[in-house]
Write a protein that binds this ligand. Structure first.
Ligand code: FAD
Length: 255
């Protein structure tokens, strides 16, 4: 399972390293922190569209980083120090304000990204590389299925913004509990883990439209495997129209 089909992805903007100060930190829900980074450092940032994502770089606190820190300089240091890297979606890019928002899910197990977000304060600096090209919804599809967990919410929100207002959508999002729901511009079937629901179970129970589907799915690995199997084996969806991406694996640190 992989990030899907080059054919339907936007052209890749220049990959650069960005080192940008935190402007604001907002606790959106108990388990979600929105970190806004911004400044002239983002003057050249060009959006890659919908679910565009970047690689966050986390260096040990005591490492002295060169100024300016370019991608070449960071790579040149790899034999001495390699950052821990984690992938995150651009939740919002405001070119006028030169700002980018990231939504971090705070999970119970320690991890450099979740821990960084939990402690983030204005003035801290976030280093990231990208953005990577994004998924483009199929304009010829009769309807769009978007399904994922809370890590996929930033991408789902961005994909919904990119769809025409009259697009037919079915959206399923799995979150810890009702307090983790977020407003989205279309009706959403929320699945609560504390109610022991699963994403695949909710999709299986749903009355789905007929016609040609374009399905974008992202979340925990086993949930993606289960959901993809349901869509292909039980619903008989065309496998080329079903695009699952593993965003994280339970019990395993990301890269
Ligand atoms: C293309 C892409 C876009 C992504 N966008 C986002 C995004 O916008 N927001 C976001 O929050 N995540 C996003 N993710 C997922 C994120 O990269 C992973 O959750 C990542 O592993 C978190 O890193 P960490 O350092 O916090 O924890 P890690 O060091 O990677 O993991 C430590 C432990 O925490 C567990 N863990 C990791 N993530 C979660 C979780 N979400 N819930 C419960 N346990 C978890 C792991 O299984 C492991 O046991 C995205 C992933 C991809 C591939």
């Amino acid at each position: 399972m992989s990030v899907q089909t080059a054919g339907r992805r936007t052209r890749r903007p220049e990959t650069k390293l960005w080192r940008v100060p935190v402007r604001r930190v907002e606790r959106v829900t108990r388990r979600l922190v929105r970190v806004t980074v911004g400044g002239d450092e983002l003057a050249d940032f060009v959006s890659a569209g919908t679910d565009q994502n970047v690689m966050l770089y986390f260096y040990p606190d005591d490492v002295e980083l060169p100024e300016p820190l370019t991608l070449e300089a960071a790579r040149g240091m790899w034999s001495q120090v390699r950052p821990l890297t984690r992938t995150y979606t651009i939740r919002r890019h405001d070119p006028g304000a030169r700002e980018v928002d990231f939504d971090f899910v705070l999970h119970d197990a320690p991890g450099p990204a979740s821990d960084w977000a939990q402690a983030a304060r204005p003035g801290d600096r976030l280093i990231f590389v990208g953005p990577s090209p994004a998924y483009q919804p199929d304009p010829t599809a009769d309807w769009h299925l978007l399904a994922g967990d809370e890590t996929a919410l930033p991408a789902i929100a961005a994909i919904l913004r990119a769809l025409p207002a009259d697009a037919v959508t079915k959206v399923f999002v799995e979150v810890a509990d009702a307090a983790e729901e977020q407003p989205l511009p279309v009706p959403v079937t929320w699945v609560h883990r504390d109610g022991e629901g699963t994403l695949a179970g909710a999709v299986a129970a749903a009355d789905l439209p007929s016609g040609r589907v374009d399905a974008w799915l992202a979340g925990e690995r086993s949930s993606m495997v289960e959901l993809r199997a349901h869509l292909l084996d039980e619903r008989g969806f065309d496998r080329r129209a079903v695009r699952p991406t593993t965003y994280w694996r339970r019990g395993e640190a990301g890269t």
